[in-house]
Design a protein. Structure first.
Length: 262
């Protein structure tokens, strides 16, 4: 049992429980990173090397509780100040979880069908542009199987559109404020058909170079239009020049900004 300054939440599969009610969903992004999906916000968390703590981007820290574990479940003590309010833990929230899952399914369908109108409408109705989607249907659509044990890693929407070489989808994501300065720690194709996976995370602009033909330059233009960091641009330009086709190389050689502030 947690002490007086904390409460206990239960992680059971993808569900996060408190006082017998589900108040959030958990999405595993990779071996060290997860996302807590709540009704009013999504927060990314990082698992410590010993697996005993989750550090959240909003400054909170969940520590593994010293209590009997049930199979398939883990208990974490979380500070009282961030404990979910009773108003958040109610049956109505289950409807939100269903809506989030429905959004994910709709986004995935729009991606696979390359339906720009549907994707635009879904995002305009409030679905976040940084939503994560299942990767396996996209690998099948691409006709590509990543090497290693990362085939089931969820994909950010923007990355999914890039990997499908769907420039219109990338444009929509960028216009809806998808984070072009994020990094992606999952797999993406190399020019020779192999798999690239940078454990520390590859810049989105680097992932954009996995596209081939005319789509590569167009996708890079969309990413650059949203202001990537200057140091990211210079690093990708220097390290990934061999992945650029002739037109994209010209784009990088002539691009002068603007850039995001570091």
């Amino acid at each position: 049992m947690a002490d007086g300054d904390s409460t206990v939440v239960i992680l059971s599969g993808k569900n996060v429980w408190h006082d017998g009610s589900q108040f959030a969903s958990l999405k595993v992004l990779n071996q060290q990173t997860c996302a807590l999906i709540m009704a009013d916000d999504d927060v990314r968390g990082y698992l410590s090397a010993d697996g005993q703590e989750i550090e959240w981007e909003d400054g909170d820290c969940w520590k593994k509780a010293k209590m009997e574990q049930h199979k398939g479940q883990q208990s974490f003590a979380t500070p009282t100040r961030t404990s979910p309010h009773k108003s958040q833990i109610e049956p109505a929230n289950n409807a939100w979880v269903k809506k989030h899952n429905a959004d994910e399914e709709a986004v995935l369908e729009a991606l696979v069908q390359r339906d720009a109108g549907s994707l635009q409408e879904i995002l305009e109705l409030g679905c976040p542009a940084d939503i994560f989607v299942e990767s396996e249907p996209l690998w099948r659509e691409m006709g590509w199987t990543p090497e290693g044990d990362c085939q089931q890693m969820p994909l950010p929407l923007l990355v999914a559109a890039i990997l499908l070489q769907w420039s219109e989808g990338v444009r929509i994501c960028v216009e809806k404020k998808a984070n072009v300065n994020a990094t992606y720690a999952g797999p993406f194709p190399r020019s020779d058909g192999g798999t690239v996976q940078e454990k520390s995370g590859a810049p989105i602009l680097r992932v954009a170079l996995s596209a081939k033909g005319p789509a590569q330059c167009i996708i890079c233009q969309h990413i650059l239009s949203a202001k990537v960091r200057g140091r990211t641009f210079q690093s990708v330009r220097r390290k990934a020049k061999d992945e650029m086709d002739f037109v994209t190389l010209g784009l990088f050689d002539n691009f002068k900004g603007p850039f995001a502030e570091s």
